[in-house]
Design a protein around this ligand. Structure first.
Ligand code: NAD
Length: 356
């Protein structure tokens, strides 16, 4: 078995189409397909942002399922469609249950459904917490590269929040050639900070690793700052902490007070997506009644439509686009299929004759 072909639309009445197939791709296969492919995945994410920027995608707003009795938890649906050479539709369904971490489980869990471009038939269900973390980290590494091209390459990175996403972002930076003199870490949980430092030791190649008890100290001593907390509302409020004009990857979206954004250059992945759900850019829009504080998207930077200032901090706030999950998910599917390891579910689609 190599790949699902979409023959349904080419068939005639006398020659029924072959039954569509359905594969389940577990996390171990996903991880194997992505292992060591940081450069390829960052290139894929860049190509996907360019397709999205050129309008060759459909990426409606994410749908947030929230619970009155469990206000910290949520499940998000991200439907999307990607054109270009990928040509696939689908849906990511991702849960965030922060208390999982105290029970020893990652916060997020997810599946990704891929639908065939021509028939609409779903053809695969993939474990997607790895895909989601991978595309998030690849997007952060891509932004770190593009947003630091006008100035000196940062050598001091600070991780504000040191969970699974911080680990993936470090892996993607290291895997795409970044090295640092110092790696700072700050977390409200000493266990998280210790676990992250343990990962850095295992990963090797790290410069000096410094755990900062003080958030201010972490930010002031880093020229590339990664926010990957689970904060629901801004807790970093003093613009003076950013007077050294760092590049900030604001992956967790809700850490920074709007005043900090208003004194910075602001880059997002998609304007409509990012100005929702009480993200810091959304709060800045509410505070000022305008979107004038936004400089543009990462695609605008990549296509040269905007030039970044060097006299202010630069903040990248990526909402996280479903098209990235599709691109990475299809890459994984193709890799597993190419290796001949697709696990197909027999007779998944059973009612295939309209009149019995
Ligand atoms: N923008 C995107 O595309 C995207 C994609 C995936 C995840 N995320 C976000 O990334 C964040 C991190 O996810 P994760 O899976 O690593 O979570 P995690 O639970 O594994 O780690 C989060 C860490 O942040 C720490 N933390 C929480 N509040 C803090 C604070 N005020 N100061 C310092 N540390 C704090 C926690 O102790 C924990 O160690 C989440 O907010 C998630 O929604 C964003």
């Amino acid at each position: 078995m190599t790949s699902v072909t979409s023959t349904a639309t080419q068939s005639t009445a006398s020659q029924p189409a072959p039954a569509p197939t359905f594969a389940v791709i577990p996390g171990a296969q996903v991880q194997q397909a992505l292992d060591g492919r940081e450069k390829q995945i960052v290139d894929l994410v860049e190509a996907t942002y360019r397709l999205h920027g050129a309008g060759d995608s459909v990426n409606p707003p994410s749908y947030f399922l929230r619970f009155a009795d469990r206000p910290k938890d949520r499940i998000i649906a991200l439907p999307s469609s990607l054109g270009g050479p990928v040509r696939v539709d689908g849906l990511k369904w991702i849960s965030s249950f922060p208390a999982n971490v105290t029970a020893g489980l990652p916060r997020a869990s997810a599946v990704l459904i891929l639908n065939d471009h021509d028939t609409g038939y779903p053809f695969a269900c993939l474990e997607s917490s790895i895909i989601s973390a991978t595309r998030t980290a690849a997007s952060a590494a891509l932004a770190a590269d593009w947003l630091t091209r006008t100035g000196r390459r940062p050598t001091r990175i600070g991780f504000f929040g040191t969970g699974l996403i911080a680990r993936y972002i470090h892996t993607f930076l290291a895997g795409t050639g970044w090295t640092f003199d110092t790696i700072g870490a700050h977390d409200v949980s000493t266990d998280s900070a210790a676990g992250f430092c343990g990962y850095l030791r295992e990963a090797g190649g790290a410069g000096q690793v410094v755990v900062h008890d003080s958030a201010e100290e972490l930010i002031r001593s880093s020229d590339l700052v990664v926010f990957a907390t689970i904060a629901g509302k801004p807790h970093v409020t003093d613009p003076a902490w950013f007077t050294h004009n760092p590049v900030v990857l604001h992956v967790s979206l809700r850490d920074l007070a709007p005043e900090i954004l208003l004194g910075s250059a602001n880059i997002v992945d998609d304007v409509e997506h990012c100005l929702k759900a009480d993200t810091s850019p959304h709060l800045a829009e509410q505070l000022t009644g305008s979107r004038g504080f936004l400089d543009g998207t990462l695609n605008d930077v990549m296509t040269g439509r905007i030039t970044l200032p060097t006299d202010r901090p630069v903040i990248f706030s990526p909402f996280g686009l479903g098209v990235l999950d599709l691109a990475v998910g299809k890459y994984v599917y193709d890799e597993v299929a190419r290796a001949g390891h697709l696990r197909l579910i027999d007779d998944f689609f059973h009612e295939l004759r309209r009149h019995g």
